[in-house]
Design a protein around this ligand. Structure first.
Ligand code: C2E
Ligand code: CA
Ligand code: CA
Ligand code: CA
Length: 392
């Protein structure tokens, strides 16, 4: 059986710890984290700060990995309670990689290395989770690191391209906007899905550059479209960490002369999950510029109807998972109906994502949904094709 577990813990913070590191508030926060970590341990366990916002815990003795899973759950719940630091309420989370002895290594060096690889895997899963080390993680980490380097280059060498997916009015089928969706044509791997490279960009800090690139490309494209067609751009929650988001948006609009009212920013509820005043303030700044704000992927993740009350969105995009099941026996159609009703009562429109069949379209029409997007009408297509479609 196993004898000990090494946990490699990386603290994540919704408002960047990195910004706070070196400032008194970051130090105090990390001291608080260390205290709570220790509070989860037994006398025989050990915790150490590895530097930056990383910690190691050695849990010993253990009988099997379920004891470690339990400890991880305790650590997560301890760390997820907000911290009161010098008058600020800061919420943190942690990604955790785990290596076990003797199966994953016999000396501490090797165990830490493998726990770090597992941590890398945990972050790849969409951070704030945990992973046990597995054979093959080494290879995957290498692939990921090389993708990260190549992505950095792709931004400048033209292998990134924005495709556009039309969003149409359900009633008359007219195109009201087009959503910019990134495509990466990799020289060896072919097309890489944004579902794969956006998380890498978020992890490596490249997302700001990437977001800026797509924003500028989309605005420049949209000026060639008829005046009544808007362009929608996805904005990662991470981009809300930067104070200059609103400035960048204003600059992109000005650079190509696109009226703000023709730009729509799609954000996910992750932006609103924590009581993050700065993010909410940024949303208001963006709104003041005159751009429209849509709540994307509604119904997934942490969704709750209460998010709809935190900010006066212009539009709610109902996640594909509800549309897929809408004709089925489950609650999907009642949920869509509820969202449509709430939206209508608050002057928001609704867009159904991932509409693939006539049957889905007809049901959505009956339920009162405003717009739809999906393969039934068109997938995301290259800019030149969208232009042809719009100008024909
Ligand atoms: P999303 O914003 O929810 O975009 C919709 C996704 O659903 C797109 O996948 C689109 O191609 C796909 N889709 C549209 N209609 C249908 C349909 O009828 N059936 C099915 N099965 N799928 C449909 P895509 O282009 O692979 O993008 C995946 C995700 O990557 C996006 O989800 C978005 O979260 C992210 N993403 C893409 N481009 C950007 C970007 O420029 N910035 C950021 N931050 N994220 C982006
Ligand atoms: Ca971190
Ligand atoms: Ca979107
Ligand atoms: Ca979506």
């Amino acid at each position: 059986g196993e004898q000990l577990a090494v946990l490699y813990i990386d603290i994540d913070e919704f408002k960047s710890v990195n910004d706070a590191l070196g400032h008194p508030i970051g130090d105090e926060l990390l001291k608080g984290v260390a205290d709570r970590l220790r509070g989860c341990l037994r006398e025989t366990d050990v915790a150490a700060r590895l530097g930056g916002d990383e910690f190691a815990v050695i849990q010993t003795p253990i009988k099997d990995r379920s004891e470690t899973t339990r400890l991880v759950a305790e650590i997560h719940s301890a760390i997820r309670q907000p911290f009161e630091c010098m008058g600020h309420l800061i919420t943190t989370d942690a990604s955790i990689g785990i290596a076990l002895a003797p199966s994953d290594g016999v000396d501490l060096d090797q165990l830490l290395r493998n726990a770090d690889l597992a941590l890398y895997g945990a972050k790849g899963d969409g951070r704030r989770t945990y992973r046990f080390f597995e054979a093959g993680m080494d290879q995957r980490a290498k692939t990921r690191r090389s993708l990260e380097l190549e992505l950095r280059q792709a931004i400048s060498d033209g292998s990134l391209e924005a495709y556009y997916q039309p969003v149409v009015n359900i009633e008359d089928g007219k195109i009201s906007s087009c959503e910019a969706l990134l495509r990466w044509r990799h020289p060896e791997r072919g097309m890489i899905s944004p579902a794969e490279f956006i998380p890498i960009a978020e992890d490596s800090g490249l997302i700001d550059q990437l977001g800026l690139w797509v924003l500028n490309a989309a605005c420049a494209e949209a000026v060639t479209w008829p005046d009544h067609v808007r362009v929608a751009v996805n904005v990662s929650p991470m981009q809300f960490r930067s104070q200059s988001l609103a400035l960048n948006v204003a600059a992109a609009l000005a650079a190509c002369g696109l009226p703000a009212s023709r730009l729509e920013l799609e954000i996910t509820e992750a932006v609103l999950i924590r009581d993050d005043e700065a993010a909410l303030d940024m949303l208001h700044q963006l709104r003041k510029l005159g751009v429209r704000i849509a709540l994307d992927d509604f119904g997934t993740g942490y969704s709750s109807l209460s998010y709809l009350l935190r900010f006066p969105f212009d539009k709610i995009k109902i996640d594909r998972s509800f549309i897929r099941d809408i004709a089925g026996p489950g609650a999907s159609s009642s949920i869509v109906q509820a969202v449509v009703n709430i939206a209508a009562a608050s002057d928001m429109t609704t867009t159904a994502e991932g509409v693939e069949t006539e049957q889905q379209r007809n049901l959505l029409y009956i339920l009162g949904c405003t717009e739809m997007q999906g393969y039934l009408f068109s997938p995301a297509i290259p800019a030149a094709e969208v232009r042809r479609l719009l100008l024909s």
